[in-house]
Design a protein around this ligand. Sequence first.
Ligand SMILES: Nc1ncnc2c1ncn2[C@@H]1O[C@H](COP(=O)(O)OP(=O)(O)OP(=O)(O)O)[C@@H](O)[C@H]1O
Ligand SMILES: [Mg+2]
Length: 277
Amino acid sequence: MRKVLISSAKGGVGKTTTTVFLAKALRDAGYKVGILDADISAPNVPFALGFKPGERKPMEVDNYLLKPHDKDGIKVVSYWFDTKNGIPFLLWAYDRTMNILRAFCERVDWGDVDVLLIDCPPTSSDELIGLLQFLGHIDGAILIIQGNTVASVEDAKIAKYTFDHHNVAVLGFIQNMMSDFFNSPDVDVEEEIKVPKIAEIPLSKDLDSKYKEYYKPVIDFMVAKKLLPKVEKSKKVEKAESDLEKAREIVKEVRAKKAEGKKTKTKKVKRKSKRKK
Ligand SMILES: Nc1ncnc2c1ncn2[C@@H]1O[C@H](COP(=O)(O)OP(=O)(O)OP(=O)(O)O)[C@@H](O)[C@H]1O
Ligand SMILES: [Mg+2]
């Protein structure tokens, strides 16, 4: 299972939005996806995935391993499921927060998930550093930047520094909420952070209907980086499906012709029997 961090060191730039829509795009492309909501203090991935308050129930534990919940084929682990009305009990309890984070990193049965997206807490200090230690091997981090604003780029630099320090590869960045609002024209983000740009996502009301198109460059990037091991299989599945569709068409045609043949035969028989009379 590949582990990819979605991070920014900054709040409100679209980490959770990116995580959730990228997960949906990956699922639609045939990958098995899990999301680890590593924001223990303010967990909201399930909410963004469409869970309703009535669906908030603790994750089951089997053989000392947590069982993720599932939303439309996306597996998710989040402290949201254990909160009351969305408010975590532990805002003040550092040790327990870290213990929960640790359990989420070490004691989850993710099954056959291909890629685990980790929605990072909006910080570059304790919780993020704990996360990096507890996760063990990490395949890379994707930075989220709000447009090309100076403040967001400066925070991304801090995130990059943190990851470099902990030997986590920063794969690239996504410019989220691209618009006239979040635009400092003189900022060259690639030059500033020195990692490649993966995609630009507009500030948009249509993420729900357009996520496949918007996040395709991110999937292509992950494929190129060999972060998606089963891409060949998913192409095979696509081909098998199209072959199956063609086979169904042929069967339909053959049946239609047979039915046509029977009709003409019965007509002929009827004509013959009329002649005999
Ligand atoms: N591309 C976008 N277009 C329009 N709205 C967006 C976009 N990306 C994010 N948003 C909105 O911006 C707000 C903040 O996004 P989000 O919660 O994903 O940020 P975050 O980085 O996870 O925040 P936090 O640090 O608090 O966890 C949300 O209301 C979200 O719907
Ligand atoms: Mg968030």
